[in-house]
Design a protein around this ligand. Sequence first.
Ligand code: DUC
Ligand code: ZN
Ligand code: ZN
Length: 486
Amino acid sequence: MANLDLIIRNANVATSENRFVCDIGVVAGQICQIGEINQTADEELDATGFLITPGGVDSHCHVEQISSNGIWTADDWFSASRSAVCGGTTTIIPFACQHRGQSLRQVVNDYHDLATPKAACDYAFHLIVSDPTEQVLGQELPSLIKAGYTSFKIYLTYDALKLSDREFLDVLAVARREGAMVMVHAENNDMIMWMAERLLAAGLADPRYHATARPMLVEREATHRTISMAELVDVPVLIVHVSGAEAIEQIKWAQNRGLKVFAETCPQYLFLTEDDLDRPGLEGAKYMCSPPPRDKANQEIVWQALEEGVFEVFSSDHAPYRFDDPKGKLAAGESPHFKQIANGVPGIETRMTLLMSEGVNKGRLSLQEFVALTSTNAAKLYGLHPRKGDITEGSDADFILWDMNKEVTISQELLHDAMDYTPYQDFKVKGWPIMTYLRGKKICDSGNFFGRAGEGQFLECGRPPALDLPTNLPTRFDPAVGKFRA
Ligand code: DUC
Ligand code: ZN
Ligand code: ZN
């Protein structure tokens, strides 16, 4: 008699720690047995020939988010989650983004209203705090943290979103006291604005000048400032979308001093360069994101930092704006200057295959490192592990079945988002996610999507474990609680 829902037989599994061959038994969406299974199930799959890894956790993506200049991302919750699962990602952590004057609680409710009917994969939220009023710091953040929103992003650039250093410290102190991780977009706003004004005054308005306005030192300065702020309050921070050498130097310096500094990088810093912004006409707009892609030498340094373990997570920073669309990159008209073009590139579906192909299949990363970077570490960092990011008894039955030898030329037609381009058009990859299972249900097979809008579940995040690292305050006075320590 069948008593399990699903058995995957002859599973060749890679987790962030192990490799093993086993049968995997699933009941009610969770892994209930790993080993040799002598029972039967309603559904059985012989996985011979595939590699199985945990479903991806993409901890940085923007879904149905309105930018401060009023442009919506192209993907809604349905198309973004469909695209995620077809690329092997079963959990996403987008942002509930507060704009100034808004109640953070109301913002979170509004994002839930968008996500609940449409999400086809599981999801949690990070908060974006752009208006840390007394109400936000004293009431909304503490109660949201208790309700499972245990990470927030703050910006040091963009006039409409950026926090002053004092506001940044206030947010860090709340994170320490209440138990949350802070993610930081580290670029110096005044330097960027000052450069941009001068470029535009000189008539230099094409997409490529977006990169000129944001040289690496702009990121280096803000990265160092972030590290110092976090050190003062003794709270873990994660520096998002790190683009190259100078920021990496700062992060390594902090990590070598034992500071609680984590870092993320993204495909655009491994596979795109500043030269892409210089493509003919306005084509360069397709590659505009912040920080901008750098050069080949910096790509190599990002690779080395991935190999050395400087980065905790490899996220997509999926921020999709269509190109040939009056509501997309060119919303400001047919000849916008670079400051008027929405920042961001899509990548939620291509993230895992790109790293599998160029990292694992080319021998730069081990399979364990790949799984850690694309799934397990994000689940751990944001309090979702072991439910997500692992293949172990009790975890959700989220898997990817990979054909490690399949060669694919990426093209927009293969993808499942709502975009009209991919920055990775014509890239050749080896290693492709063939099947994706979400909580024991096959939701993608060979590019065919079988999921349903609304079947994704909201995940409350737990206390980030990094908060429990040993105390390391620079003075005996603890500024987060306003007392001298004993
Ligand atoms: N920051 C992001 O995190 N994503 C897209 C653009 C940006 O500036
Ligand atoms: Zn950012
Ligand atoms: Zn982002």
